[in-house]
Design a protein around this ligand. Structure first.
Ligand code: ZN
Length: 77
């Protein structure tokens, strides 16, 4: 899978990054965000315990889902 991110659907910026927050219940929540207008995908979460077995970000289903969501322009709130 290609992890490249398309430009922002709202402002056209290419300053788009994958971010994450560690939440309650030992889960890490991933999203894609525009660094200019702060548009953000809803993304997905993964258990922190499951991160240890991942070789890289592409093995992380939560990252893949956030990237797919962003590239399909399915950006909501
Ligand atoms: Zn933007």
């Amino acid at each position: 899978m290609d992890i490249s991110l398309k430009s922002c659907p709202f402002c056209g910026s290419t300053h788009v990054t994958i971010g994450h927050n560690d939440s309650r219940f030992q889960r890490r929540y991933y999203f894609v965000e525009c660094n200019v207008c702060r548009a953000r995908t809803r993304g997905d979460a993964i258990n922190l315990d499951d991160l240890g077995g991942l070789r890289n970000e592409l093995d992380n289903p939560a990252v893949r889902k956030a990237v797919t969501c962003w590239n399909q322009r399915a950006v909501r709130d």
